[in-house]
Design a protein around this ligand. Structure first.
Ligand code: NDP
Ligand code: MG
Length: 389
């Protein structure tokens, strides 16, 4: 028997984390789950630890340490916070970063620095840390495989590309977007959006933060930055195409006009299994489409007037340095405020924009610099929300 690939699932209790566990359950001969981490859902972490005989578990809050030790019992090591995530990120062959938000940073940086395969869902840390990621990506053994469905699609569509820096045989990357629940809504109609409406995505079932990001199109803006950093393609060569059916997960246009697309049902287990198994594809037809049935696939340009998050993300990309980190941090604060009913849906992107107007272009040379930028952007966002400047 070949040895099983050792997997760490960090963010195991979330939408991506649980779907990753579903894939592992179906392929017990291929994978061994060695460590997991989550935020505060200790009982669920304990269940997963017991089911998979996991030996190391990360919890986010120091005050949960004692309770976690008790509930997990002897034989399971408990680690805490960002330092704990950093340790677990070096623990496995494939490290799934399914943490939400900037909190996923230690996983991204340390998995790559330790020469692991990083199966990346956590786009926020990757975007914020892009200049730092560049330095650790070349570590012998290190690689990044994108779980995000659009990026996994592009990864597959680039298989035939000249792999020179910046993919010179590629004209553009075409990132598809469902358009979210408010596609086609006017600015006036958007004024009345409720939390309940914003949390209902038409084609994907996801965690609350990315669901709100999808409704503002900030998710697509973050994905433009993610694609640029992942594939080394300038954002001027990345276009967003609204495709409401979420069947074409993204496309690559080559210089000869040939367009390669990846199509499948919207099911995150497909990209997750692709990243875990690469280069093996597992025999589970999660993505299967039935072309004997009539169906239409439609494409339209995004409405950037009604959804200004998209141009804001391109602007952050052009500023480079820590600007994407500020964008993402301000957005995290604004989305959390919206989810706590502190601001209206239409306030989210203007708050991010107001923070970007105050962007402080100090250097981003180290993790310490990045953490300071993140904290500063969050402080500014909190001040803007409180009504100050
Ligand atoms: P969820 O909110 O469903 O899950 C987030 C996970 O992160 C939970 O396990 C949560 O633990 C954990 N977590 C939160 N804070 C910390 C922390 N400080 N330390 C350790 N763990 C923490 O989010 P999703 O699964 O939807 O998204 C995860 C990431 O994947 C995001 O970056 C998102 O953009 C990206 N993504 C998600 C997709 C999807 O379909 N859901 C698609 C493409 C990308 P707890 O539950 O205990 O709080
Ligand atoms: Mg996506």
């Amino acid at each position: 028997m070949t040895t099983r690939r050792r997997v760490a699932v960090l963010g195991a209790t979330g939408s991506i984390g649980r779907q990753t566990l579903d894939v592992l359950r179906l392929e017990p001969d291929s994978f061994e789950l060695v460590s997991i981490a989550g935020g505060t859902r200790l009982a669920e972490l304990a269940q997963v630890a017991e089911e998979f005989h996991v030996r190391r578990v990360g919890v986010s809050r120091p005050e949960d340490y004692i309770a976690a030790r008790e509930i997990l019992g002897d034989g399971v090591e408990v680690v805490v916070g960002g330092d704990g995530l950093a340790e677990l990120a070096t623990d496995a062959d494939v490290v799934v970063n399914a943490v939400v938000g900037f909190a996923g940073l230690p996983v991204t940086i340390n998995a790559l620095a330790a020469g692991r395969t990083l199966a990346l869902a956590n786009k926020e840390s990757f975007i914020a840390a892009a200049p730092l990621v560049e330095r650790v990506r070349d570590t012998p053994g290190a690689s990044v495989l994108p779980i995000d469905s659009e990026h996994c699609a592009i990864y597959q569509c680039l298989a035939d590309s000249n792999t020179g820096p910046g993919h010179p045989d590629v004209r553009r990357l075409l990132l598809t977007a469902s358009g979210g629940p408010f596609r086609g809504w006017s600015r006036e109609r958007l004024e009345s959006v409720t939390r309940h409406e914003a949390l209902k995505h038409p084609t994907w079932s996801m965690g609350p933060k990315i669901t709100i990001d999808s409704s503002t199109l900030m998710n697509k803006g973050l994905e433009v930055l993610e694609a640029s950093a992942l594939f080394g393609v300038d954002v001027e060569r990345i276009d967003v195409v609204v495709h409401p059916q979420s069947i074409v997960h993204s496309m690559v246009e080559y210089v000869d006009g040939s367009v390669i697309a990846q199509l499948s049902q919207p099911d995150m287990r497909l990209p997750i299994a692709f990243c875990l198994g690469r280069p093996i594809r597992f025999d589970h037809a999660w993505g299967a489409l039935d072309f004997t049935q009539a169906q239409s696939l439609t494409f339209e340009p995004p409405d950037v007037d009604a959804f200004p998050a998209l141009p804001l993300a391109y602007a952050a990309a052009r500023r480079a340095g820590a600007a994407p980190a500020w964008l993402s941090a301000a957005n995290e604060v604004a989305v959390a405020a919206f989810l706590h009913d502190e601001i209206a849906w239409t306030d989210i992107v203007p708050i991010v924009s107001a923070v970007m107007d105050q962007f402080d272009d100090a250097p981003l040379r180290s993790v310490e610099d990045l953490v300071a930028h993140d904290a500063q952007a969050r402080r500014r966002a909190t001040t803007v929300i409180a009504g100050g400047r």
